[in-house]
Design a protein around this ligand. Structure first.
Ligand code: 4NP
Length: 170
């Protein structure tokens, strides 16, 4: 079981803040002591609160997103978090590239120092990794979509969060 999770999408205003809020609530109900945060691979919306449509649809299901603020993923996140969960394959690919660059940087510094001290970096997975209902499926980007798309994002995130929690409890 991880001690800390970072949920990641592109803008950190629709899918990943929703995943953060759903994880927080369901982990608290399950009694699992895991900290959760979210971030975006892009900085286009950094500093903004979640999209009003994400806030609205989440609130109907009892999740509060209003106080969250978007930020971009930074290299320190790979040291800080045990598990980074990407909402889709493009973001997973970008996270894998960032992790590999960080590893290469440590290896280069190690060879300068003449010893090895590669730290443990976050494991990377799709949010749907453990979810039999959405087997390895991406959470579709709802930004240019309809109310139904925002509801579908919530359906998928709730299902995949339940699947992770089930895997950690059993
Ligand atoms: P998110 O959604 O990655 O789930 O936060 C998006 C938000 C903004 C944009 C795309 C996706 N955008 O193109 O600005």
């Amino acid at each position: 079981m991880p001690k800390s999770i970072l949920c990641v999408c592109l803008g950190n205003i629709c899918r990943s803040p929703t995943a953060e809020a759903v994880f927080r609530q369901k982990l608290a109900i399950a009694g699992l002591p895991i900290s959760v945060d979210s971030a975006g691979t892009s900085n286009a919306h950094a500093g903004e609160h979640p999209d009003a449509r994400s806030q609205h649809h989440a609130k109907i299901r009892g999740y509060q997103l209003a106080k969250l603020t978007a930020r971009q993923v930074i290299p320190a996140d790979f040291l800080k978090f045990d598990l980074i969960l990407a909402m889709d394959n493009d973001n997973l690919k970008n996270l894998k590239r960032m992790k590999s660059e960080i590893e290469q940087q440590f290896i280069a510094e190690d060879s300068d120092l003449g010893h090895s001290r590669l730290p443990k970096l976050a494991m990377l997975e799709l949010l749907s990794h453990e979810d039999p209902n959405y087997c390895q499926k991406a959470v579709p980007d709802p930004y240019y979509g309809t109310a139904d798309n925002f509801e579908a994002v919530l359906d998928q995130i709730e299902s995949s969060v339940d699947a992770w929690i089930y895997s950690w409890k059993s």
